[in-house]
Design a protein around this ligand. Sequence first.
Ligand code: SF4
Length: 293
Amino acid sequence: MAAEQLGFEGMPKRLYPCTPSRLNTWLDCPRRYRMTYLDRPKPEKGLPWAHNSVGASVHNALAGWWRLPLDERTTEAAGRLLDRAWLSDGFRDDAQAAEWRHRAREMVLRYTAGLDPADEPVGVERTVSMKTHVITVQGRIDRLDRRGDELVVVDYKTGRRPLTADDARTSLALALYAASARRMMRTPCRLVELHHLPTGEVAVWEHTDDSLDRHLRRAEQIAEECGEADEWFRATTRPADVAIPPERRHERFDERFPPQPGPLCAWCDFARHCPEGQAAAPTRDPWSALASD
Ligand code: SF4
């Protein structure tokens, strides 16, 4: 643990502020973590991804739908919200964007047709946070439901890969959301659900107090690692470093932020600055993660 975080004897420990996304980025690739969270100026990202446009448009439409007055929560309204929220970045051309706008519209129409508009969620895009003795973690839940006496974390997914209960079980983000919601609202929260909009399937996992605690301990462990690396970065960086181009910073910082080349490099926003990543995976077109059928 970094000295700054430990503090002086007798003083309260400084908690490491983080999000699930920050912790997962560290696990995936420390070099990408540095370029995402620490480098200043921040290296320029690649082009926007079309699949992110689809995901954000659908999320925004569904959030908007729950914010409508109850008597306006119709499937038609969901379609209108999707049209209004539509983001067209990253598509090959206008025709592809139009096709995907239609598909996304179908997704929200189908999904909202299966919802009870009167089943008011506890929260939509609800920010939750909690502290442990090591971290203060914050995140935003797509939807927080109440079923009986318990809260349920709902996460929307729009990717092409179908999801399993194991995806819900192993998700650090979902577990941290559930633990945070449980503590903030002093209400049990064990169920976490991945709602896969392209298929309508729901992957569910029911946590126990023990499994949520295991995820929390894991988050603390990761936070301790990246907290130490952050501290090393701050101690090592000199004012003149801002002039060094991203490609030439690696040799300075790889000791603590090594690259983790692999298939995921194809989707890395910073691959253009990373020779190891470019060698590990072919460059993808911004629309290549869209399903072809
Ligand atoms: S391209 Fe791969 S190795 Fe390079 S920063 Fe991105 S994830 Fe890491």
